[in-house]
Design a protein around this ligand. Structure first.
Ligand SMILES: [Zn+2]
Length: 484
């Protein structure tokens, strides 16, 4: 059998996090609300109503584009995309066509241990969402359809990738990275369950080594990252089988069904000219003011990839730890706060406590970071105790669990557990003096350079301290004692 290469481009719709819709003052919080409770004459296309562009939505769109390294067009143009469907009250959608507000963006993706790859983003444009058809209400199947316009006019950006994705894993990584960047700059919350991030995949195959694209199918109804991955895998197998059996792939739109884990044909794919795009005469071209763009650029937060690099370079974290600890903006902030509350040498301990104990508790109890009973300063304080030898790493784990249970700070918990290593210089020095006096031969050997002889002395101190003396301090003081 011939070898085939997978070719995927993704079109991702992201809902901008503005309070109001793109061309009217209706709130955007209509998800789960009473149907048609977030509507007005503009978003339901009443005669005589006119759109007014939402400045905040544009600002959020620009933030996302800048964070993705895109070029903002000096002028972009809103166009009418004409089609008839009952969820579209104007019978056209206001979108952008040949003059989108952003081109030439890119996104770095990482799949497990493979080297990072950069996927080009052809364009990003602004558009309004459509309404939603209801075919059932609760458990009741309707004898017809109802329409809810709460979502009509909600601001979206569509982010169109180059067809440079070569594996379903890469598609998954692309969506993960995209969500990370767009949410980090506050452009969207990207909550897929609320439809704030939606993805269509253009999938084709071609003989390995060919530089010509095959005919593609557009896959819709992908409402989770996992669905995207599964649908691409399915579609690759389907198209290869089709070609191998002498058939050909037709250009069409296919729907993914998560229940049956397959795609099925929905309609033949429209060409752009089917939509009769033309500039919207009700809206002036959108111009990107240079000073406004410059101020947006300077207000962008540090992006996750830059933060990862900084965690590795400045704090000495391993690539793995840096990856885990930048898993979300909130987690990275939490880690930085904890690290700041600990001495420099304790950063690795902070990373370990957060990466295992803290994340473990968050996951097992389904708690959000800002609701966690252990505050970042507490983790920093606990790590400081490990660093100066007050407690062992093992005891720190038990103490963390206690802190989680009670919400108390590490000092209080240490007093409660009554344990802890003894790092009192005077006390340990005293034990060392007794140990040396009781083991003169070992002390003499150590002084003469026999490093192994220290074991007997350490053992004697541990016996005297009932195992509680800080081993680092014991070693140091024994060496001092025999040299003097
Ligand atoms: Zn409205």
């Amino acid at each position: 059998m011939k070898q085939y290469e997978l070719v995927v481009g993704l079109e991702v719709h992201v809902q901008l996090a503005s309070r109001t819709k793109l061309f009217c003052a209706c709130p955007t919080d209509g998800f789960g609300a009473e149907p048609n409770s977030r509507i007005c004459p503009v978003c339901t296309a009443q005669p005589g109503s006119l759109p007014v562009l939402n400045r905040r939505a544009v600002e959020l769109a620009y933030r996302a584009a800048l964070a993705l390294g895109g070029d903002l067009a000096g002028t972009s143009v809103f166009a009418r995309k004409n089609y008839f469907y009952p969820d579209l009250p104007k019978a056209y959608q206001i979108s952008q066509y040949d003059q989108p507000f952003c081109t030439g963006a890119r996104l770095e993706i990482r799949v497990k241990d493979a080297a990072p790859r950069t996927i080009g983003i052809t364009r990003i444009h602004l558009e309004e969402d459509a309404g939603k058809l209801l075919h059932e209400v609760g458990a009741i199947k309707l004898d017809g359809s109802l329409v809810d316009f709460n979502r009509a006019g909600v601001p979206l950006i569509e982010i169109v990738s180059e067809p440079q994705i070569r594996a379903s894993d890469e598609a998954y990584a692309y969506l993960t990275a995209l969500k990370e960047v767009v949410s980090a700059v506050g452009a969207s919350r990207c909550d897929m369950e609320k439809g704030e991030m939606r993805c269509d995949a253009n999938v084709s195959v071609r003989p390995a080594g060919s530089d010509k694209f095959g005919t593609r199918a557009e896959i819709k109804n992908l409402n989770s990252f996992k669905n995207v991955k599964d649908a691409i895998d399915y579609e690759f197998r389907r198209q290869v089988q089709l070609l191998e059996s002498g058939g050909r792939v037709v250009q069409e739109t296919r729907l993914w069904s998560a229940e049956t884990a397959e795609t099925r044909s929905m309609r033949s794919k429209e060409e752009a000219h089917d939509y009769r795009y033309f500039p919207d005469p009700d809206l002036v071209p959108l111009t990107a003011d240079a000073a406004f763009v410059a101020s947006l650029k300077s207000s962008l937060p540090e992006l996750p990839s830059a933060r990862r690099a900084r965690f590795s370079a400045e704090l000495g974290l391993s690539a793995y730890d840096a990856e885990v600890l930048t898993g979300s903006l909130a987690l990275a902030d939490y880690f930085e706060k904890a690290a700041a509350a600990a001495p420099k040498g304790a950063v690795k301990t902070v990373a370990n406590l957060i990466g295992t104990e803290f994340l473990g508790k968050l996951n097992s109890e389904g708690v959000e970071i800002d609701e966690a009973p252990v505050k970042a300063e507490g983790v920093g304080g606990l790590a400081a105790m490990v660093a100066d030898g007050t407690v062992s790493s093992k005891l720190a784990k038990d103490m963390f669990a206690k802190m989680w249970e009670t919400g108390a700070d590490p000092k209080t918990v240490l007093a409660q557990v009554g344990g802890g290593q003894i790092s009192d210089d005077k006390q340990v020095r005293d034990w060392v003096r007794q140990a040396v006096a009781a083991n003169p031969k070992a002390a003499e050997d150590l002084k003469g350079g026999k490093q192994a002889a220290i074991g007997a002395l350490v053992g004697a101190v541990m016996k005297l301290s009932k195992g509680k003396a800080n081993p680092g301090l014991v070693n140091k003081l024994i060496k001092e004692a025999v040299q003097s």
